[in-house]
Design a protein around this ligand. Structure first.
Ligand code: C2E
Ligand code: CA
Ligand code: CA
Length: 541
């Protein structure tokens, strides 16, 4: 079961690891091309706007000059002057003089046919009227734009605005105001252009950009990026990087899962060969400094002499249904190594870590009962520690914990404060002790904003009438603080690291002698769990 689960998970991860970098490469190339196109559009629209502004300024200037002319209207001198203005103004093709709505003369002289003055479609901010398309006298030319000022109309060629090199599918429209189209490039869809100019997003796969000032609006559009057609070069550059990353990640997944699989295989063998050893971390009564017990901490001593930390193999064992076998070996070892010491001092206890599976099945209880009986160790001398994960299934947890307490064991909630249990939930569980997680001990004496939480946890334990064990005490300052707050027990490097059997017994005896007599055995306090059994707890009060 373990192997096939690892293989399934690894396969899913490998597919993801392989696909994600490639997809990311596509996405990145696409974004790069799209950004580039968007910048091009913005440049294009800006350029066309600048041209419209320049032409308009030029033409305005020419009209002003014409209006200054003093010669009699349409006299040879007047026509001459108009021609000079036209020749000197690049963007103006012709200037006509109108009277009574009819063309009297232009820079070409008097008109051969009657020409009526068209009305302006729109008036610009400087008062000049604009007619979007006028047909010039010389036929066959594209429509021109008429600019009206006083009696004069200047003709300019708006094709200049969009005389810009651009890809065929890039389209451009220049509008006087926001709607009056005066010039286009590549025949854009004017309905869509007007929508963009009005600020509504056009439907369909199109990128667009708008440049505008008070008088002019320029809209540029181009079809959205076609991933497979437009990406070409960018993809060629990025794809090898994506592919290499994919390969690397797939390799990593394969390597990690093989390692995990072989670790799982080795762990299974280790259980069969009993490759585990137990260390004991002394638990100290803060008030007296006496060693009242020890937490058993398992280590895996591999055949090559290497020691594996429990953080690595305990979760693996838990995931693969191997933890109960390990728990039993730990209990067997601890009892067999310490039975004499435990028999000599009935106030001494050892604490065993139970996993969620142990609590769910409860198999550990009859196993312990037989073992303790056979080795003359009292059930009161075996404490059980369970994390909140072990209480996931509340009904089963309650059954096992209640049975444990009835047999005489004390039960502690481990790593307290790191889970999500509500106070109500804890209140309902049959518990005797609470172990404050190391993270809350670490912040004692620091000005971490959260340090207010430590006294809060101590108060919770007191409210629930639980004994308190503080974990991971490393500094005297922490021990002093905890003692002062009424915390009963502590363990941590300040007192001792986890020790092999012989060293633990030596530590324990030293502590007894140093402090004089052994702690007296007292009854579990008359609290909410008093009915659960009268387990003597070592405590010198
Ligand atoms: P835990 O039950 O919270 O055990 C306390 C851990 O904190 C131990 O690490 C201990 O060596 C370490 N520790 C104690 N005092 C200090 C200190 O002052 N400073 C620092 N930095 N660390 C300190 P260890 O032995 O590596 O165990 C890690 C975890 O592995 C345990 O956390 C427990 O969850 C699990 N574990 C260990 N033994 C067993 C076992 O027999 N059965 C089960 N189910 N889990 C076990
Ligand atoms: Ca523990
Ligand atoms: Ca803990």
């Amino acid at each position: 079961m373990g192997r096939s689960r690892i293989i399934t998970i690894a396969s899913c991860l490998a597919i993801l690891a392989g696909a994600l970098p490639i997809l990311a490469t596509f996405y990145m190339s696409w974004k790069i091309v799209e950004t580039r196109k968007q910048t091009q559009l913005s440049d294009l629209a800006g350029y066309a706007l600048a041209r419209a502004q320049a032409t308009f300024a030029d033409a305005t200037n020419a009209l002003e000059q014409a209006k200054q002319l003093k010669d009699p209207a349409c006299s040879p001198a007047h026509v001459d002057a108009l021609r000079r203005i036209v020749v000197n103004t690049r963007s103006v093709e012709d200037i006509g003089y109108f009277d009574n709505g009819a063309l009297q003369c232009s820079s070409w002289g008097k008109p051969a046919n009657a020409v009526t003055r068209s009305s302006a479609d729109i008036t610009m901010s400087n008062g000049i009227g604009v007619t979007a398309s006028l047909y010039p006298l010389i036929s066959g030319r594209s429509p021109l734009m008429g600019l009206h000022s006083g009696s004069y109309v200047a003709l300019t060629n708006p094709a200049r605005f969009v005389d810009i090199p651009a890809a065929r599918d890039t389209k451009l429209a220049v509008m006087a105001g926001t709607t009056q189209v005066v010039s286009t490039l590549h025949d854009p869809d004017l309905q869509m252009i007007r929508k963009v100019a009005a600020g509504t997003t056009p439907a369909g796969p199109v990128l667009h950009d708008t440049a505008r000032d008070r008088d002019w609006t320029v809209v540029a559009t181009t079809p959205k990026v076609d991933v497979f057609r437009d990406l070409g070069n960018d993809l060629k550059l990025l794809l090898p990087v994506g592919a290499a990353t994919s390969l690397l990640m797939v390799g990593l997944v394969v390597w990690l899962s093989r390692r995990r699989m072989s670790l799982l295989g080795e762990l299974t063998t280790a259980i069969r060969r009993r490759e585990f050893i137990v260390h004991y971390q002394p638990i100290i009564e803060l008030k007296s400094g006496i060693c009242v017990g020890a937490e058993t901490l398992v280590r895996w001593r591999r055949s090559n002499g290497e020691t594996v930390r429990p953080d690595i193999f305990i979760p693996l064992a838990e995931e693969n249904g191997l933890i109960e076998a390990i728990t039993q070996q730990v209990i067997e070892m601890a009892v067999s190594e310490l039975k004499d010491t435990l028999a000599a001092d009935r106030s001494l206890h050892i604490a065993i870590n139970l996993a969620a599976d142990d609590i769910r099945s409860g198999h550990v209880l009859p196993f312990m009962a037989r073992l303790l009986e056979a080795n003359d160790v009292h059930p009161q001398q075996l404490w059980l520690e369970a994390t909140e994960r072990g209480f996931m299934n509340a009904a089963q947890a309650r059954t096992t914990l209640e049975k444990a307490r009835q047999s005489g064991h004390s039960v502690a909630i481990d790593d307290f404060g790191t889970g999500y249990s509500s106070l109500q939930y804890l209140q309902d569980l049959p518990l005797d002790a609470l172990k404050i997680d190391k993270s809350f001990v670490d912040i004692i004496g620091t000005d971490a904003a959260t340090s207010a939480i430590t006294p809060h946890i101590i108060d919770i334990a007191k409210t629930l009438d639980l004994f308190i064990v503080a974990e991971g005490v490393e500094r005297q300052e922490q021990a002093d603080y905890l003692a002062q707050r009424g915390v009963h027990y502590a363990q941590g490097w300040l007192f001792s690291r986890p020790l092999p059997k012989a060293e633990f017994i030596e530590f324990y005896q030293d502590r007894q002698q140093a402090k004089g007599s052994a702690p007296e055995v007292i009854q579990r306090p008359e609290g909410r769990h008093a009915a659960g059994g009268a387990t003597p707890l070592p405590r010198s009060v």
